[in-house]
Design a protein around this ligand. Structure first.
Ligand SMILES: Cc1cc2nc3c(=O)[nH]c(=O)nc-3n(C[C@H](O)[C@H](O)[C@H](O)COP(=O)(O)OP(=O)(O)OC[C@H]3O[C@@H](n4cnc5c(N)ncnc54)[C@H](O)[C@@H]3O)c2cc1C
Length: 377
């Protein structure tokens, strides 16, 4: 069977589904190919910046109606127990990916998008159109392909993208817990070789999610040993874990997390979300960037199909230009934070500086965030 689509989207995460809702909503024939079922838990800190709240509401997806917790404060602690707090000027909310991705999935179906469960294995570009092969042996044709396959995928390997050649240093662990924690706070707890984020989500559970250096993690036999020996050196974090009851039978883990630069367009595939570039989770802004990049891309694709952007080449050039203008400086700031947090001594020095000049923290946070977005700005 070969079906013809205007747009085929690889991956039904935030970027894929936001593109899908917008493009199906304007009458294009769109299909999302997603390898997992909905709903599904994902490794993520689950704090989403209000930068994209107006746009989500424009798409008729409202995290607040789904019970998301409004978060207005940020706290940072070091291993030695230094703590600094700041008010989040834009703020954000706590909502699980289980709920948020599913809200977007339901909306995509409601506006007429096809969603197929499979894995995209091969994409071929020939005679100004794409052929896509999925693992279940189906093939699809499409005028445009959006790569919304996340931070690392078989697609990146097939395309021989440069970041895939370099070994990535990080892994991440996430769980939901029952426990006491302020609803309006997102807190980051630094430990040797990583940091752990804690905040509440819609069902009042706590999300505890940490990013760790793979080399140091490797030295321990189990997640529990690693947590006890490394994370718990931060006493505040130890107290949180000790007073929280896990909801999942087993924590979720992912490895090979890379923050190396990527290109927003590769071999005519228009990359969106983490597939175009991933900011360090420390900045708490990857989800907003994924949604924002989908807004930029879907609006350009709309112009392409209406004739206002006339050629594939101008679509690709304009998308790459807008993507870089919007995100390049944030990614740069994110990389600097990432380095500061890897160097434990420096992290203490940085914290001392921030304690002396507390107004600096909101300024630093602003470097990695954009202004609130709506449709057509
Ligand atoms: C430890 C950690 C903590 C984080 N915490 C936060 C946070 O608190 N706040 C924040 O804003 N951001 C956070 N982020 C970043 C955030 O999770 C990502 O930026 C966001 O998920 C990107 O969305 P996406 O749609 O690009 O990718 P994803 O949500 O990863 O979606 C990609 C989808 O593509 C599918 N897929 C992949 N390959 C294929 C294929 N070949 N065929 C079919 N389907 C495929 C996958 O199954 C997946 O569903 C965190 C990230 C990490 C690693």
């Amino acid at each position: 069977m070969n079906s013809n689509y205007d747009v085929l989207i690889i991956g039904g995460g935030l970027a894929g589904l936001v593109n899908a809702i917008r493009l199906s909503g304007i009458g294009l024939k769109v299909v999302v190919v997603e390898k997992n079922d909905f709903p599904k838990h994902k490794v993520c800190g689950e704090y989403i910046s209000n930068e994209v709240l107006p746009y989500l509401r424009f798409l008729e997806v409202d995290p607040m109606i789904a019970g998301a917790k409004q978060i207005t404060r940020f706290m940072l602690t070091t291993v030695k127990g230094k703590t600094i707090e700041a008010k989040l000027s834009m703020g954000g909310c706590g909502i699980s990916r289980f709920t948020l991705d599913n809200l977007l999935f339901q909306k995509a179906k409601e506006v007429g998008c096809s969603v197929i469960k499979s894995i995209v294995d091969k994409v071929t570009y020939l005679d100004d159109q794409f052929e896509v092969l999925t693992r279940d042996g189906q093939s699809y044709s499409a005028k445009l392909i959006i790569g919304a396959h996340g931070k690392r995928s078989n697609i990146d390997v097939n395309l021989k993208r440069s970041f895939i050649e370099t070994r990535a240093h990080y892994l991440a662990v996430k769980g939901h817990y029952k426990g006491i924690f302020p609803e309006d706070l997102v807190a980051l707890y630094n430990f040797k070789g990583g940091y752990c984020g804690v905040s509440k989500i819609e069902n009042n559970h706590l999300n505890i999610c940490y990013l760790a250096d793979y080399q140091s993690f490797q030295q321990f036999k189990s997640i529990e040993d690693y947590q006890k020996e490394v994370l718990f050196k931060n006493r505040q974090l130890k107290e949180i874990f000790n007073n929280a009851d896990p909801v999942f039978q087993k924590s979720l883990t992912i490895g090979q997390i890379s923050f190396l630069p990527k290109q927003p367009v590769e071999q005519h595939i228009l990359m969106s979300g983490d597939a175009a570039g991933m900011i360090h989770p420390l900045c708490g802004n990857g989800m907003a960037m994924a949604i924002h990049s989908a807004r930029i891309l879907s609006e350009l694709i709309e112009k392409y199909f209406s004739g206002h952007v006339q050629t594939r080449e101008s679509l690709e050039l304009e998308y790459a230009k807008q993507w870089k203008k919007q995100f390049q400086s944030r990614l740069f700031a994110g990389r600097i934070f990432q380095h500061l947090f890897r160097m434990d001594g420096l992290s203490e020095v940085m914290m001392s500086g921030l304690t002396m000049f507390p107004k600096l923290l909101p300024v630093l946070i602003r470097q990695t965030h954009g202004r609130p977005i709506d449709a057509y700005q």
